[in-house]
Ligand binder design. Structure first.
Ligand code: FAD
Length: 412
């Protein structure tokens, strides 16, 4: 850990200043985890004044797992989790989680039940931080640039970048590289897609055969609801479907629109969506509640090759503040995956980092190395998971067309 500066007159060292950039879900949970610790004084910087993102998100049940076995239980990538993480490593994480304040644990348990609006997660965390009586967090509403962040660092401070996919610091973590070059970001584009969400007035579940049979007449554009994408709130289901589109389609669409716009402008894509929905209705006798919400996005898988300022410390380049004070990337600033696991990944890394920082006797070099390794393992896990989902999705889309299917099979 960074050396604490001189003791106060009472003999207790002054708290270490932790600057957290970005109060999205990940910056907020990290703040809520570090706030109760005497050793730290947390400063949280956020450019937005209000939480307005209403999209529904789902969190992984591993966030509230109580045993190594339940942590690894996942029907998509159980084996990968077991291959990548040592049981000892997982039990250390679980041991730390026991010290997570109960107010926060209760919130996490609720969010892992099913879909929640993103801004409900953000508001609850933000309110929890503000309501705590001891160790108030200093909050600043401002756009923070990389230059601001570096300038505010005093020796011994800790800087944590939670500014999301367009991270403020990611490409500053490689000494000597041009920050604009993206030198520290590795990106794989999986597909361009429409993400179509709606509420459906009945309980509705969709397994792989449902995904296949409801798409049988959709020759080109398949509507694929992601597995486990339904949330039961009474008898209402939340459905999110992904439709693979071409780069040309993507360029010709606005970033956000409704079902009618799609019908008016991309009839073939809309037909496949409507056909799928008609079959759900036929099967379950329900209706869509409200309108369809559609966004078009490039589905990308990416990570920061360096998730910390370790390289600056190693090379001791000039008098750069990162040579003296550590910086970490957490959440979407460190890595992102397209198939709905990013917040959980960010929360996992936030909990791990909070546990490392709480260990008083750990050398700063060890903290940096261990966080790098953990972030890399989370990347490996999400890389394998996302590639597998994409590959299986590609295969599902051509079931029934033997030639197309065989083309996608790579055996040995
Ligand atoms: C359609 C869609 C559906 C999704 N569904 C899911 C899902 O089901 N499950 C899931 O886990 N994930 C989902 N995601 C992804 C999820 O929303 C993100 O992974 C998550 O929001 C990342 O959290 P974060 O805190 O790391 O970053 P962000 O949420 O991006 O927060 C970053 C914060 O930093 C602030 N900030 C940025 N730059 C600056 C600056 N220069 N100065 C000050 N403040 C700054 C921003 O205002 C923001 O508040 C979905 C994404 C999309 C687009």
């Amino acid at each position: 850990m960074p050396p604490q500066s001189a003791s106060t007159s009472s003999g207790t060292p002054p708290p270490i200043r932790v600057h957290i950039l970005g109060a999205g879900p990940v910056g907020l949970i990290l703040t809520a985890l570090l706030q109760p610790t005497e050793r730290f004084s947390v400063h949280l910087y956020e450019k937005r004044r209000d939480y307005t993102r209403t999209r529904m998100v789902q969190l992984a049940s591993s966030l509230v797992a109580e045993s190594v076995e339940s942590y690894c239980t996942d029907y998509i990538d159980q084996e990968s989790v077991q291959a990548v993480f040592d049981p000892k490593e997982i039990s250390n994480v679980l041991a730390f989680r026991e010290s997570v304040p109960s107010d926060l644990k209760t919130l996490l348990r609720g969010w892992t039940q099913g879909f929640c609006p993103l801004n409900a997660i953000e508001r609850s965390l933000s309110d929890l931080i503000d309501a705590r009586q001891s160790h108030p967090v200093q909050r600043t509403t401002a756009v923070v640039t990389a230059e601001d962040a570096v300038a505010m660092l005093e020796p011994g401070d800790i800087l944590i970048d939670c500014t999301g996919a367009r991270s403020v610091l990611r490409d500053q973590l490689v000494p000597g590289a041009d920050a604009a070059s993206g030198a520290n970001t590795y990106t794989i584009r999986l597909e361009y897609a429409l993400v179509i969400t709606f509420l459906y007035g009945q309980a509705y579940e969709c397994n792989e055969s449902c995904k296949y049979y409801k798409n049988i007449e959709n020759a080109h554009y398949k509507f694929i609801p992601a597995v486990n994408r339904t949330f039961y709130d009474g008898s209402v289901s939340h459905v999110t479907g992904i439709v693979n589109i071409s780069a040309e389609d993507y360029e010709r669409m606005p970033s956000q629109f409704d079902g009618q716009w799609l019908r008016d402008n991309f009839a073939h894509v809309a037909e496949s969506m409507d056909r799928f929905i008609a079959k759900i209705k036929q099967e379950t006798n329900g209706e869509i509640v409200g309108d369809l919400e559609i966004i078009r996005i490039p589905l990308q898988l990416y990570h920061a090759r360096n998730a910390t300022s370790r390289e600056w410390r190693r090379t001791r380049t000039g008098d750069h503040p990162f040579s003296r004070s550590p910086a970490f990337l957490v959440g979407d600033s460190a890595m992102g995956s397209p198939y709905f696991q990013s917040i959980s990944l960010g929360f996992e890394c936030a909990m791990f980092l909070a546990a490392l920082l709480a260990e008083r006797d750990l050398d700063l070099g060890d903290v940096l190395d261990r966080y790098e390794l953990y972030a890399y393992k989370q990347w490996l896990r999400v890389y394998m998971r996302s590639k597998m989902i994409k590959h299986n999705k590609d295969l599902l889309e051509c079931v029934g067309n033997d030639d197309a299917l065989l083309e996608k099979l790579h055996i040995y």
